[in-house]
Write a protein that binds this ligand. Structure first.
Ligand code: ROI
Length: 159
């Protein structure tokens, strides 16, 4: 079993509901033991002109392979109405593999740790609710160090 962290995001069609449905779907993945989900956080889109996002992080232990998990995540995205037209466009549901145990994966379909997680408050703060602060990310920096360099600005934690 490897500990996996998934970043979830939505900015269309009732984002909070989208993340709740996605959480339920993740908790039912085969060969997987559920750990938990963070609080939900709202923030402005990094790209102007899009609705605000709701983001959260989920954690579980799994025996699925990384690509089998990626397929399962894309099936969940599609079942929740994800349309893949413009890159970085608004979306009903985005599920990203942030960390997969301590693996470094560099394949055409999948790069882990996730590229942009190191500097995004809407990933790091929910991750910190679930992961130990001494968790090491790819380049050897710890979650604690990344949080220290990433102010809690523009994030609104939902009740
Ligand atoms: N902005 C926020 N706040 N949350 C996201 O998940 C998110 N995802 C994206 C872009 C458009 C970069 N902006 C985001 O893909």
């Amino acid at each position: 079993m490897e500990r996996i962290y998934i970043g979830m995001g939505s900015n269309l069609a009732a984002p909070t509901q989208q993340l709740r449905s996605a959480t339920d779907a993740l908790a039912q993945l085969p060969e997987t033991e559920w750990v938990g989900v963070s609080s939900f956080y709202q923030s402005d889109s990094l790209l102007p002109g899009q609705p605000r996002y709701t983001n959260a992080v989920a954690a579980f232990d799994s025996r699925l392979s990384p690509l089998a998990l990626l397929d399962a995540l894309q099936a969940i995205e599609n079942s929740q109405g994800r349309e893949r037209n413009e890159r970085w466009g608004p979306r009903t549901l985005d599920l990203d593999i942030l960390l997969f145990g301590d693996r470094l994966i560099d394949e055409p379909r999948l790069k882990v740790p996730h590229y942009h997680m190191h500097a995004r408050a809407f990933v790091l703060y929910p991750l910190a609710e679930l992961a130990p602060e001494n968790l090491q990310l790819a380049d050897g920096r710890t979650l604690r160090e990344l949080l220290a360099a990433c102010p809690f600005v523009g994030l609104e934690r939902l009740a």
